[in-house]
Design a protein around this ligand. Structure first.
Ligand SMILES: Cc1ncc(COP(=O)(O)O)c(C=O)c1O
Length: 377
């Protein structure tokens, strides 16, 4: 047995879309990015979506559009991937680390309130593993304090939560299409909003400051445009090289077609895991998973003997992970660390188990059998 922790699910559909891009011989920023953006906006229920090369880029630009004064503070969870907090540093802002809720391991709203001060300008809730942060409470709390809200949706694909889809509760939602995520383009990301004014410069910011459509310019060489200035562009804002390209978008469009089926399979696997570990004494689910309601990118457990179990599963050919080492433990973020006791304690129990669309029932049963054997040894 050799069971991978994560694995992208790729089929002939993705391959044939990539082949079409090859046949058109347009693989940079182009019409497929536009098409994917429109379909993603529709899927998420947002007015605008902009395609990028990663969620890291999305988080960077999401903070950047507000033009916050250098040195202001942004509230981020400690239990997240580095990108959530690195984006704060990219913008010359200060991350304020918020502890996790014990049950969901998402941002604790009590600790959020404790850590807030007048220098805070924004909050970045992360829907950890795909489990929704209580946005119906966080949003009014943040609005009262005039904070901007950027949702880090790297672990979900736009689940419906109460009255809205995740990614549309705050000002901006950021999604990841990196290879381990619910939908992948190899590397990629999308930022979405329902406030077009906020995104007026984002197309230029993601493509070296140019806000023209390159592929339309190429068409205009020979088509309607009769003047000599098809090549002209003006730089008005500082831009990065953060754009999605047509190869990635071609894969993304195929993945989006398959997404409802892929999400269904993820939910089936989580239901099977939950059923299988229900009676174990030393192992429990990481979160109060609700796989019939929400889309989860990761499945994890809390185990009393974390390290022994990881080694045991390794010996059985089962890959595991740990998401995440609290950022307050990371040397890079130590200078900004503040107490996050729940995240820092639960970290010593957390194990991520394999979850991907092509994982078979036979493999899940094998993992469950081994969890049981370990507990009984
Ligand atoms: C919570 C979270 N935010 C942001 C990112 C960054 O995503 P990307 O790899 O697309 O830049 C990740 C990636 O794993 C993540 O888990």
């Amino acid at each position: 047995m050799n069971i991978r922790l994560f694995k992208p699910s790729l089929t002939e559909l993705e391959l044939s879309n990539v082949k079409d891009a090859f046949d058109r011989s347009w693989i940079g920023l182009g019409p497929k990015v536009n098409e994917f953006e429109q379909k993603w906006a529709e899927w998420v229920g947002a007015e605008i979506a902009i395609g990028l090369n990663s969620a890291t880029a999305a988080l960077h630009l999401a903070l950047r559009v507000f033009g916050f004064q250098k040195g202001k503070k942004v509230l981020v969870p400690s239990m997240t991937f580095s990108a959530t907090a690195s984006a704060v540093l990219y913008n010359d802002l200060i991350p304020v680390f918020v502890d996790s809720d014990f049950e969901t391991l998402g941002m604790s709203l009590e600790d959020l309130d404790r850590k807030y001060d007048k220098d805070c300008v924004a909050v970045i809730p992360v829907h950890y593993c795909g489990h929704p942060v209580a946005m119906e409470k966080l949003v009014p709390w943040a609005r009262e304090r005039n904070l901007k809200i950027i949702e880090d949706c790297a672990h979900t694909t736009g689940s419906n939560y109460k009255v809205k889809n995740l990614g549309t509760w705050g000002d901006i939602g950021c999604f990841s299409f990196e290879e381990k995520k619910c939908l992948t383009t190899g590397d990629g990301g999308m930022m979405v909003t329902n406030d077009p004014e906020l995104f007026k410069d984002v197309k230029a910011m993601r493509w070296v400051g140019i806000d023209k459509d390159n592929w339309k310019t190429a068409q205009a060489y020979t088509e309607v445009n009769k003047d000599a200035y098809h090549w002209f562009y003006e730089l008005n804002v500082l831009g990065w090289k953060y754009n999605m390209n047509d190869l990635a978008a071609s894969i993304g469009l195929a993945q989006l077609e398959r997404l409802p089926q892929m999400n269904k399979r993820r939910s089936e696997i989580i239901n099977k895991y939950m059923e299988g570990i229900r009676d174990l004494k030393t192992i429990s689910p990481l979160l109060p998973y609700e796989p019939d309601k929400y889309v989860y990118q990761m499945f994890g457990i809390r185990a009393e003997k974390k390290e022994d179990l990881i080694i045991y599963l390794k010996s059985k050919g089962i890959a595991t992970g740990c998401h995440y080492t609290p950022l307050t433990f990371q040397p890079l973020f130590k200078p900004y660390a503040s107490p996050c006791p729940v995240a820092e304690k639960e970290y010593y129990k957390m194990i991520t188990l394999p979850l991907h669309v092509d994982l078979t029932n036979f493999e899940v049963d094998y993992i469950l059998e081994n969890l049981e054997k370990f507990e009984n040894e």
